[in-house]
Design a protein around this ligand. Sequence first.
Ligand SMILES: C[S@@+](CC[C@H](N)C(=O)[O-])C[C@H]1O[C@@H](n2cnc3c(N)ncnc32)[C@H](O)[C@@H]1O
Length: 321
Amino acid sequence: MTEVGEIEPWAQSGHSTRKLIETVLGVWPEHAKFLRASFNQRSADLLLTTETIVELLFKVAADQGRTIQSYADDYRYLCEQIVFPEEMFFRREGRYRLSTFADAAAQVYDNAPLMTRYMDGLFVSDALWFNHASAMNDFASHYLPTTKRGGRHLEIGPGHGMLLHLAAKHGAFGKLSAWDISETSIRHTRHVLDLLGQSDEVDLRMQDLYDSAARADFRGNFDTIVFSEVLEHLEEPLAAVEIIRDLLAPGGTVWINVPANGPAPDHLFLLHTPDEARRLVEHSGLTVTRTAGYPVAGATLERALRQELPISCVLVGVKDA
Ligand SMILES: C[S@@+](CC[C@H](N)C(=O)[O-])C[C@H]1O[C@@H](n2cnc3c(N)ncnc32)[C@H](O)[C@@H]1O
């Protein structure tokens, strides 16, 4: 418990972030300890990115006539009902529960009501979980400013569309594209882009990354690719990174965000460390120019590695010019 008069670590956050936290604590008071750990160590640019994410979330909610409390409910559901049982399994067995895409599709992707709560909860976690928000901030504050002006940009697996929104808001790309295999994700992404009035400018399509025709048609086509929280969902992760290598133009870069030790019902591919992620990307023939590891709230990177706690691993890979 925080003593009366003691300042909460989110006091320096933006107005919308504080409102979201207040709403989450309204439906889930016991979550305060986690949130304190998560906001204890946020830099000014991380707080700014957090606020951008929450403002977008509020816009999406308002546009859909939904309350913030319904997002807070979905967030609690994500933590307690979707992720927690998988964490218990991971602690016990040292592996993720599922290993095939078919099982993940049957249990998660094809369950539309579950998918909606899952995506909504994830959207909130992108602001509230230190590891998730730090990865988003890595993209907004460190990667986007390095991208080629007027470049052709692709996101594979945009999900709720937040990173594509940030890329569109950045405003310096010549062309934006996004591929996803889920109709729900395409709908969410289109909605987020609509709010910016930018959905007409984005080539958004139902497209499986593994489709060989697309690999041939778009070979060497993109200057930048974003691949965030997708690798862990795949049965053939190395093949996916090899396809990305082929889709990149010479000198093009990919920004990858993948969890280590991050159990979820649709996660198939388990990495233990950012180094393992680096080796995978290097194996594809890309050169890794930067890596970062963002540990779960309240842990140092050293402790997260030692105790196999979740770490968001960010990697930037470049294709030889
Ligand atoms: C967890 S979401 C990631 C959302 C977002 N990129 C983020 O960082 O939070 C994973 C997304 O990858 C998509 N996906 C999974 N397999 C795919 C494939 N083979 N080709 C294209 N998209 C895929 C899913 O439909 C889903 O929208």
